[in-house]
Design a protein around this ligand. Structure first.
Ligand code: ATP
Ligand code: BTN
Length: 257
């Protein structure tokens, strides 16, 4: 990637901290180190390879050299609004879906809470982490991992995986993808407190109207029809007793029956 051009553009967009690494452990870990040392309103760590990429819980996220993109955004100026915590991962996913629609005319769906799918397969995962000072939320780190070419797909996965180029059936420029994603993410983050943005997220929700179940560590939590999202980004599931059950971001996993 053309580092100098990207850095110039990011500065124009107001990024105070910009790091672009060929290889790193985890961009989220690096972003967390940065926010522990500095007050940052807007920052970004980008890498083309991660040796210790992380998913939720103890799971790993692979960013294969030359085949994927890992980025972690640092948002400090919006951290005062603690109600955004339940929204930010889905809003990040929304920016990814908008980006692939605008650039490649692909229809991506958001698998609540943190995955983005193409043709029912995962090509993007999002890991949001918070930096707390006591009970105050100081910064949010939104980590986005995207599979670009076929070799980004790990050999063993828990959920079917794909890559952008496989679905687009042509090669993709990382720079163009990055540029568009950043513009879209900054835009949706500005609207994070609006109801409209939740409805846009809901429009792109995977498995809406399908029978789904939620589990935590393999234990069944709830099954029923996936109705959509509530105003705070919680998932709404209609159970057979006609009750609407709402669950918020946490270590919950969604699956289709
Ligand atoms: P869920 O998808 O059930 O909500 P999650 O999003 O919290 O769970 P996982 O989907 O389990 O977390 O994400 C981590 C998993 O993603 C890993 O265990 C691995 O199987 C898979 N994975 C790792 N790297 C990639 C990748 N580059 N592309 C697609 N899948 C990957
Ligand atoms: C998941 O699906 O569980 C989330 C995967 C999140 C991966 C991204 S890649 C950039 C950032 N750095 C990490 O170590 N993880 C996130």
């Amino acid at each position: 990637m053309e580092k100098r051009k990207i850095i110039r553009k990011l500065k124009e967009q107001g990024f105070q901290i910009i790091e672009i690494h060929a290889s790193i452990g985890s961009t989220n870990d690096r972003a967390m180190e940065i926010v522990k040392e500095n007050k940052v309103d807007l920052g970004i760590v980008i890498a083309e390879h991660q040796s210790k990429g992380r998913g939720r819980g103890e799971r790993t996220w692979e960013t294969e050299e030359g085949a994927g993109l890992a980025l972690s955004f640092i948002f400090g100026d919006i951290a005062a609004h603690q109600n955004i915590l339940g929204r930010v991962t889905g809003i990040g996913a929304l920016a990814v879906t908008q980006t692939v629609t605008e650039l490649f005319d692909l229809s991506a769906k958001i698998k609540w809470p943190n995955d983005v799918l193409l043709d029912g397969k995962k090509f993007c995962g999002i890991l949001t982490e918070a930096d707390w000072v006591g009970s105050n939320l100081r910064s949010l780190i939104v980590g986005i991992g995207i599979n670009i070419s076929k070799s980004a797909i790990p050999k063993e996965v828990l959920f079917p995986a794909t890559a952008l180029e496989l679905e687009y059936k042509d090669s993709i420029s990382k720079e163009i993808l990055l540029e568009k994603l950043i513009v879209n993410l900054l835009r949706v983050m500005k609207e994070i407190n609006s109801d409209q943005i939740i409805r846009e997220w809901e429009e792109n929700l995977a498995f809406k109207g399908s029978e789904v179940f939620l589990h935590r560590d393999g234990s069944h939590i709830c099954s029923g029809e996936l109705l959509g999202l509530d105003d705070d980004g919680g998932i709404v599931i209609l159970t057979s007793d006609e009750k609407k059950n709402i669950f918020y971001y946490g270590d919950l996993h969604l699956a289709v029956k």
